[in-house]
Design a protein. Structure first.
Length: 131
């Protein structure tokens, strides 16, 4: 029997009839090295009903505006830049960034007046080897 994998030393006794290659602990590392990595960050945009403004909570700052479209455009742009920079800091240059959002309303009418929150998520999927 040939035994490989990082935890193999814990499972093989001295009297077992197994062959443990010299580099057995890294034999399965190729799967981890070639797999993809996903980074994710979500920003919340909350509707302040008392003054009809929208407050966005971003990784580096908080912003408030009466213009929801403007807030969402800035949030998407900043999340895109943030998640891409995080991937670069980890040594991953080739990432695919996707932006999605989920709206939360109060009541059955889905209008800006009943919009309670928007959750904007940026996800970077890394599909290349680390530098």
């Amino acid at each position: 029997v040939i035994c490989v994998g990082a935890p193999i030393a814990a499972f093989v006794s001295d009297d077992a009839r197994c062959f443990v290659p010299q580099k057995a602990s890294v034999a399965s590392a190729i799967g981890a090295a070639s797999s993809s990595l996903s980074l994710c960050c979500t920003a919340s945009v909350l509707h302040n009903f008392s003054d009809e403004t929208f407050c966005a909570f971003l990784p580096a700052k908080t912003m408030t505006s009466e213009n929801l479209s403007e807030v969402l455009e800035i949030v998407q742009s900043e999340l895109f830049a943030y998640i891409k920079s995080q991937a670069m800091q980890m040594g991953f240059g080739c990432v695919s960034v996707q932006i999605s959002s989920e709206d939360e309303y109060i009541g059955e009418n889905h209008t800006q007046a009943t919009l309670a929150a928007v959750y904007v998520t940026a996800e970077a999927v890394v599909q290349c080897a680390q530098k």
